[in-house]
Ligand binder design. Structure first.
Ligand SMILES: Cc1ncc(C[n+]2csc(CCOP(=O)(O)OP(=O)(O)O)c2C)c(N)n1
Length: 559
């Protein structure tokens, strides 16, 4: 059975034609025509999540795991506003969410009608395209609606992917169903954008690369891509470039340089010139490291090229000179065969990395129980070939200080770095992943997003690690908040609630650790093949010890 509303029928037809079948539904009445239609057609895979904030973050995880657009559907009113945080995250992480919000006909807006808000354009700043479908069902209305739907679905995945918003005003009655096939609707196709850079341009770009002695490539946050790894290795071999990455770039070859913050700490100010690049080439999403941004803003390269299909002008380091509208992979393939350069710059960075990592390892070996130690022990226990999700804000920083877990994919909500959906995103990802998924997050982030556990999609492959350092410990690590008289109450926000009760409420196996011995024991059980159910491990640490250790680490790495 499907709804009798013709726009919704068209929408369903076009979603199927474009291969978009994953739907996350939040309950409501105005969105009944969509719910009835999507659940009435077996080709759609529908999940139900009540909390729209969590549902939209869950959809981000699902879209990342499946590498496909995901539809989110909600009713009118504040339900739609609750999607907003995840829409912003998806926008800045280039994830194609298809947002369907049911609405009242516009003549009822601001007329003291129930569950009505000004819905048109509510995500205006964070979507690539937004439309409100017409209410009528005349031939012209249907042609117009189909065109709008086609355009939204095409734009979501073209160039730089992004969310799109289709607002759908609906008249009552809302529940009239018919036993019919979906209508045939004309699909408008959008040619894939080819990144093809003109041959002349490639020759010129390769020439500039060859003339540069110090080339720094910044591989920002990206999905795992083994082809990219191979191509970048070839580029390094040809050009002598330094490829700098963080765990979230999902590159792992030892020819690349990781440990960004440690390397930054190991560059003495008086010798910064040696490490300053002539040519900076960037692609992918953001870097977490603030020290890197500060270093490059202070030691600007003569040229900075940013590679992106969407042509974004990311001048993060205040030195952007060229935007190259291309797929990064195509770019490196095209130039690699034509470049040559010296290798001394790469050797300089590599030796700094090796030295900084040795000092780091010696220090970590020597410390007592704290967040850094816990991350080291956790990293050693996480099985290879699994997925790691990192919460904001200190979890992602600690994880990046230490080595990557081998053969593992890393994800984190770093588009906007919110603490409000880290768990939901990991739940969404794990629900479609055939690997073991571990999310490591702080206690405030866990409590903020505990509704992530309030759905039926939680896979047995999920392992949740809550680093309970008693509050927002990140504010003690960074300069500024820790000196404020309001630190304890309004930055750190001491938190004595424990995750145990919530784990029990949601039927999740619970483990806890308060020292190194307990953590080692708990991790062995937590990751044992016998553990066949979703599990939560709460690790208690002392916030003051954490702050001291964190600061001491960077003093040690500086030498
Ligand atoms: C939605 C949202 N609100 C506020 C913040 C600011 N913020 C960044 S980190 C943080 C504290 C996080 O605490 P916790 O989850 O316990 O992790 P940790 O302190 O260990 O980093 C806050 C409030 C944010 N990033 N996102």
């Amino acid at each position: 059975m499907i709804t009798d509303k013709k726009h919704i029928q068209q929408l369903a037809t076009l979603l199927l034609k474009k291969g978009i079948t994953d739907i996350v539904i939040s309950p409501g009445s105005r969105n009944a025509p969509m719910i009835n239609t999507f659940t009435g057609i077996p080709d759609f895979i529908c999940r139900n999540i009540v909390d729209e904030r969590s549902a939209a973050y869950f959809a981000i995880g699902l879209a990342l795991a499946k590498q496909k657009p995901v539809v989110i559907v909600c009713t009118s009113g504040t339900a739609a506003l609750n999607y907003a945080p995840a829409v912003a995250e998806a926008f800045y992480q280039n994830i194609p969410l298809i947002i369907l919000t049911a609405d009242r006909p516009n003549y009822w807006i601001d007329q003291a009608e129930s569950q009505c808000i000004r819905q048109e354009g509510i995500y205006r700043n964070f979507v690539k395209k937004e439309v409100s479908l017409p209410l009528g069902e005349s031939e012209k209305d249907l042609w117009f609606a189909a065109r709008q739907i086609n355009e939204c679905l095409n734009l979501a995945v073209s160039g730089t992917p992004a969310p799109v918003h289709i607002n759908i005003p609906l008249e009552e009655p809302l529940h009239q169903l018919i036993d019919a096939d979906l209508p045939e609707v004309k699909e408008i196709e959008l040619n894939k954008i080819h990144s093809g850079i003109a041959v002349n341009d490639i020759v010129q770009l390769a020439e500039t690369i060859s003339q540069s002695q110090k080339i720094l490539v910044l591989a920002g946050q990206s999905n795992p891509n083994s082809e990219m790894e191979t191509v970048l290795i070839q580029f390094i071999e040809a050009s002598g470039a330094v490829v700098l990455h963080e765990h979230l770039s999902n590159l792992s070859d030892p020819k690349f340089c990781g440990s960004v913050d440690a390397i930054m700490a190991a560059i003495p100010a008086e010798k910064a010139n040696d490490s300053q690049p002539d040519l900076l080439i960037s692609f992918g999403g953001q870097f977490v490291s603030k020290a890197l941004k500060q270093f490059l803003r202070k030691n600007k390269p003569a040229q900075h090229w940013h590679l992106s299909l969407g042509g974004e002008h990311f001048d993060t380091y205040q030195s952007l000179t060229k935007v190259i509208k291309t797929d990064a992979l195509d770019f490196f393939v095209a130039v690699s065969s034509q470049v040559q350069s010296s290798k001394t710059y790469l050797q300089l960075w590599k030796s700094k990395e090796t030295k900084a990592n040795q000092l780091r390892d010696k220090f970590v070996e020597s410390i007592g129980f704290c967040d850094l130690k816990a991350f080291e022990l956790i990293g050693r226990s996480i099985p290879e070939n699994s997925v790691i999700h990192l919460g904001n804000s200190s979890p992602v920083r600690y994880a990046l200080i230490l080595n990557r877990v081998e053969n593992t994919d890393y994800f984190s909500n770093r588009g906007t770095a919110g603490i409000d959906g880290c768990l939901s995103t990991s739940v969404g990802f794990a629900s479609e992943s055939d690997k073991l998924n571990t999310i490591i997050l702080g206690d405030l982030s866990f409590f903020y997003d505990s509704n992530a556990l309030w759905n039926k999609c939680i896979g047995s492959n999920l392992r949740i690690i809550v680093i309970h350092n008693g509050g927002g410990n990140i504010f003690g690590l960074i300069k500024g908040p820790s000196d404020s008289p309001a630190y304890n109450e309004h930055f750190f926000t001491g938190n004595s609630h424990k995750a145990e009760i919530l784990a029990k409420a949601f039927g999740i196996d619970y483990f806890k650790a308060e020292n190194e011995v307990e953590l080692v024991e708990a991790l062995a059980k937590f990751y044992s093949p016998k553990q066949q159910q979703v599990a939560l491990l709460e690790v208690f640490t002392d916030s003051e010890v954490n702050v001291k250790v964190f600061r001491e680490l960077f003093r040690k790495v500086k030498g």
